[in-house]
Design a binder for this molecule. Structure first.
Ligand SMILES: [Zn+2]
Length: 316
């Protein structure tokens, strides 16, 4: 059982958020503030998001800082199977002998046999996929298949609840925690750049705008007090942030669909969006300098909108 007040030695990766929750900055490739895992502990211990393979040693070091042994971890929950969220799950589970992996049923088979997922990831991300590290398989018997509204009782009032929030991916989950009033939205609420206090969409193909907006509305209906972003960190004003993100998506849809009607190519559309969206503009410069949140992310996000709008009519 985890101690209620774990000892913190040299704080390198972990940051205490409350008596029962820590953020671990995974610092993949030594880059800070891009991918977070969260550690929650009541009587049981749960980790939300694993990050990629390359930063699993940092996640384990963070656990050690908090004072939680590898044997004490009961659950590892991932929002979806993209490499920056769950690529390290197989490697992590090898180190956590008692942990079960909570994942969407449509994502689970790809973690059990990750060859296809790895090939697709290499196609989309190229060199960055290799830097993130190969995706190791998760033994089937260690998976706890998630379903909508499934609850995971962690003891001491703590309860994680699964919410199916599709749109970013067709197998995306968010997790809510009633006691702290917090939500772990994975990629359902975009990327949060705290330096500028702005959101940036994360909408690569196959992105579904309508389904994403419905998922955001579902999160808003819970009236959360905090958001715990995977990319990156904790923010209060959760409802305001979620509404702002939904509006940003609508704004992008309008810009992209107008530009498509004018026959513009995707590079021009990308420039147009960055010119017209103040928050994306301020974040873009920061992202340009960042290997992981690089500018290509925004191009892929725009591509997600273009492909969606080609197939669907959008009536704001
Ligand atoms: Zn992500």
């Amino acid at each position: 059982m985890a101690s209620a007040y774990p000892t913190v030695k040299g704080q390198m990766f972990s940051k205490k958020l409350s008596d029962s929750m820590y953020l671990i900055d995974l610092k993949p490739l030594d880059i800070e503030n891009v991918i977070a895992s969260y550690v929650l502990y009541g009587k049981k211990v749960a980790i939300v998001e694993t990050g990629p393979t390359v930063s699993i040693p940092n996640l384990l070091a963070g656990l050690q800082e908090i004072g939680i042994s590898n044997e004490e971890v009961d659950y590892v929950a991932v929002s979806h199977i993209h490499i920056d969220h769950a690529g390290g799950a197989g490697t992590l589970l090898q180190k956590l002998p008692n942990a079960k992996l909570i994942v969407h049923p449509r994502g689970a088979p790809h973690l059990v046999e990750p060859e296809k997922l790895w090939t697709q990831t290499l196609q989309v991300l190229g060199k960055i996929a290799e830097l993130y590290g190969k995706i190791q398989p998760v033994p089937k018997e260690r998976i706890l298949t998630a379903y909508d509204e499934m609850t995971i009782d962690l003891g001491n009032h703590f309860e994680l609840k699964v919410m199916e929030t599709l749109g970013h991916a067709s197998h995306h989950l968010s997790f809510s925690e009633k006691y702290s009033g917090g939500i772990f939205p994975g990629d359902a609420a975009g990327i949060y750049v705290s330096k500028y206090d702005v959101n940036v969409p994360t909408t690569p193909p196959p992105f579904n705008l309508e389904v994403t907006l419905a998922s955001i509305n579902r999160l808003i209906a819970l009236e959360p007090k905090q958001l715990y972003y995977t990319h990156f960190g904790q923010t209060r004003n959760a409802v305001k942030k979620l509404k702002e993100y939904a509006n940003q998506l609508r704004r992008w849809a309008k810009i992209v669909s107008d530009s498509m009607k004018n026959g513009e190519d995707s590079d021009t559309i990308c420039q147009e969006v960055l010119e017209k969206d103040e928050s994306a503009k301020s974040a873009a410069d920061y992202m340009r300098k960042n290997l992981i949140l690089r500018e290509g992310v925004i191009k892929q996000d725009i591509q997600g909108f273009i492909e969606y709008l080609r197939k669907n009519t959008w009536n704001p």
